[in-house]
Write a protein that binds this ligand. Structure first.
Ligand code: 13P
Length: 266
């Protein structure tokens, strides 16, 4: 049995005082949760104070990105060791809001603002390896755009992203990686992917892991669904056999909603 994992991706929200206020509430409501793993993923600036505030609780802390180099002249980048130093145990990698649009010389800053940051499958792979080497658990995000879904390429896109993320990673490490299937068209739109379809695509991810590492590793790997998961749809999604948790955006910014989703995962 895979333990469910509910992670709250705060994205670019919460100042340090706001972050502390939110985790104080979460601590009171879910600080001793053991039936499911709970993780909060604040912006970098709030990572250390949030990790300090959560010491002694069962709630884990994750970062939203990392760079694969350990140190050096890489202005603006954050090394894996810095995240460990700040108290993180998890790190998001390849969120659709950081994946790039190669071949688009001048992105449309209104339409493409969420896909401007140049992440590719190979940077995702490097980041996953660097995270694992630093002892961090990668949460690797994958998912198709609306255009890809309409073109009928969902399964090929998702399995390709999964396989390329895992390139060159040993089986023992691969089992530690968490995947988050986030259909891009369902993120922040209120447009949730149907539970059966979300389960089916999570099954495609698992099959990709099985192809590379065998059934044992595929059965061990946890796969979250993300994209407009809310208290009222969480139970149905989280009861599906291939969905091992949720990566929650908007609904993780309110303690009550996030805790309701945690409860739905028990
Ligand atoms: P929403 O829950 O706001 O749709 O965001 C999902 C997400 O992108 C989590 O990483």
């Amino acid at each position: 049995m895979r333990k469910k994992i509910i992670a709250g991706n705060w994205k670019m929200n919460k100042t340090i005082p706001e972050a502390i206020a939110l985790v104080k509430e979460l601590k009171a409501l879910a600080g001793g949760e053991t039936a499911v793993d709970v993780v909060v993923v604040p912006p970098f600036t709030a990572l250390y104070p949030v990790a300090q505030e959560l010491k002694g609780t069962s709630i884990g802390v994750g970062a939203q990105n990392l760079f694969w180099k350990a140190s050096g002249a890489y202005t603006s980048q954050i090394a894996p060791g810095f995240l460990v130093d700040a108290g993180a145990q998890y790190v998001l990698i390849g969120h659709s809001e950081t994946r790039g649009r190669f071949g688009v010389a001048e992105p449309d800053f209104d339409d493409d603002v969420l896909r401007l940051f140049g992440e590719s499958d190979s940077t995702v792979n490097r980041k996953a390896k660097a995270a694992l080497a630093a002892g961090l658990i990668p949460i690797v995000c994958i998912g198709e755009t609306l255009a890809e879904r309409k073109a009928g390429t969902t399964d090929a896109v998702v399995s390709g992203q999964t396989e390329r993320a895992l390139a060159g990673i040993p089986a023992a490490d691969a089992a530690k990686i968490i995947f988050a299937y986030e259909p891009v068209w369902a993120i922040g739109t209120g447009e949730v992917c149907g539970a059966d379809e979300a389960d089916r695509v999570c099954g495609v991810v698992r099959a990709s892991v099985a192809k590379l590492f065998g059934a044992g590793t595929a059965e061990a790997v946890r796969i979250q669904y993300g994209g407009s998961m809310k208290p009222d749809n969480a139970k149905e999604l989280l009861s599906k056999p291939n969905i091992d948790g949720g990566l929650i955006g908007g609904a993780s910014l309110k303690a009550k909603d996030f805790v309701a989703i945690i409860a739905a995962g028990r």
